[in-house]
Design a protein around this ligand. Sequence first.
Ligand code: ADP
Ligand code: MG
Length: 728
Amino acid sequence: MSESDHATAPFHRLDTPVHDIPLIGRRRADLLLRLDIRTVADLIKHLPHRYERHLGRSAIAQLPFDQIATARGLVTHSRWVPGRQFRMGQRGQTGRFQAQLRDDTGVLDLVFFNAAWLRDKLHPGTEISVTGKVVRYNDGRQMVNPQLQVHNQPDDTPEPPSPPASPASSAAPDPLDAADRYRPVYPATEDLPSVQIERLIAHLLPAALPLIEDHFDPAFRQSRNLPELRQAYAMLHDPADEDQVLLARRRLAYDELLQLQLAFAAKRKHTRTELRAPALRWSDAIDAHIRQRFPFELTSDQRHVTLELARDLQQTIPMNRLLQGDVGSGKTVVALYAMLMAVAAGKQACLLAPTELLAEQHHASISRMLAGSTVRIGLLTGSITGPPRTALLHRIDTGQIDLVIGTHAILTQSVQFADLAVSIVDEQHRFGVVQRATIKSKAGDARTVPHTLVMTATPIPRTLSLTIFGDLDVSLISHLPPGRQPIVTRVVESDKSVEVYNWVAQRIAAGEQAYIVVPAIDENDPAIKAVTSHIKQLEAGPLQGKRIAGLHGKLKTITRERIMDRFHRGEIDVLVATTVIEVGVDVPNASIMVVEHAERFGLAQLHQLRGRVGRGSRKSYCVFIADPSTDDAQARMKAIAATTDGFAIAEADWAIRGMGEMLGLRQSGLPPFKVADLTQHMDLLQLARRDAQEIIEADPKLSDPSHDLLRKRLLKTYGQAIGLADVA
Ligand code: ADP
Ligand code: MG
């Protein structure tokens, strides 16, 4: 690189495509694309995922043990040692590539596992640098899988085409040569290793930093002890020490959290001030009339929530409420209460479930509770097609159906309600946090929306749920209905399964019913239990003569309904099912749950599955058959055996999996946090929430010129994800 290249900035805007920067070169720009890096800004936002203390370059004889350092020299020997089990068709080859590196002072052993491609690259005579941890080996020094940089080939084969001003060229200061640094390690690919990204960023950062504008003024930053944005990026890419990294990450984490909270606050403000919902009337008579339909007294928790709902539904401010309650806590009747308030007002309600099976179950149980009443109920799932579907849609459209129970996917598309007042989403965690149904109703104008209740069994600490579900009010059912007996849980290894099934046979003989959950419907691998094959085995063996049926998502609706109905009436003893039964299925008489290959399921899933039993007054048992081989799986088995308390499970799950995943943030359709980590940044989250509320209260649409940059960035991040575009 020449002096003049340094003098004139290689770009003047952060949105300059990496392809337009000669310094990067076409080949590397293509490689950057694979990391989703299109522009200079993307490159600057490509953050190290860890750092290594690096001692700089050293003569081989002086390389310190057990530290990361760099050595440069000539390859002397090299050879490929194939692995023993060479499997055909496998991509790449197993084995190891061994080489020796020599400089004036000594010899370093190099081992690269499964790196057959090095055969064409590292010949004796090649000059290379390697960076890695130095370990003692046969009285010598060794590096295993070090980072590698090839300087020249012995036979003068030109390097793959790279631009003349390549930062990898020797004239440029090479970060590898710097002594005793805290070095960034970037997410990388095989063709574009972290060192190369490090060099690129080191070269472009000086020109990029002055272009980074902060959306906060200095006073705001200072009062919150946050560094300036460009300073944060400088510290993340080239930190002096660990404290700088933490400080810089705090800044970016705050930005992410504030954006989400701003989005929630703006949306909430918009809903409350610009939209309205039908106000539903309510009286003691209506209340009594609804409750008389329920086959039991409401618990005090349930009663409390129905009163909260009744209060909301009488308003024209659209209800936006989250109902949290552990598996089996009795959320369904509470939802039904709200739906029946809509019906009492001559309007419609709908209930959305994440699976067809659950929609069918809700339809069946609600139909039972409302038998003999005038309420008209429709079931709408993807399996209902053709003329019946058309007829049903027509009846919904013309108000001839009061309650629609269905799957979520269907209702987002073509359904039009005559006069929808209440919309309920069951098992919200299965849909993700923020995704909400968009349901059309003809009544009122474009600003009229139904009241919404979302229900979830994922127990989240209250402070956290307030912040995560920022735009929702939260209701809670914390106690189970009376008369429940604790579920007895056992975790056993698969060599005990004969005993387990003999015991199941005895319980069935005593009049109980069982679920057996397996991970697959059909399976070629005989080591994996699947519905069809497992039924055959059980029928031929321990459960001979018992009435067994299979249940899974591929069955026709009518078949599935018949099976569930017969199971309900006790005409089937054992249901061998996939995880379709995971959510919502409610058969109080079933008191035995056996889960095969339990190590394959997540903790929340195991808790949900176990929640299928223990719903009646009978003592219930849950047996997890598992051969956990990983630490994670063992931790899950331990946690599920230790408690039936959903909160404790959630906390363990949080510890094992991380918060974002547990809350379904991944599948929520929201852009994921890159830096914020709720296990670490809880204080920032609270701060961001308060700040966001204050900002939106003062400037609901962020239309003040001082908020220009903030608004632009917010729209870019969340505009599509939560429909903010309608708001601002
Ligand atoms: P979940 O919260 O998991 O959706 P459900 O609504 O399916 O729970 O209720 C679980 C079981 O508890 C059902 O069989 C339901 O009939 C029963 N149930 C709910 N509320 C009560 C109550 N107040 N008294 C007795 N049983 C109840
Ligand atoms: Mg439920």
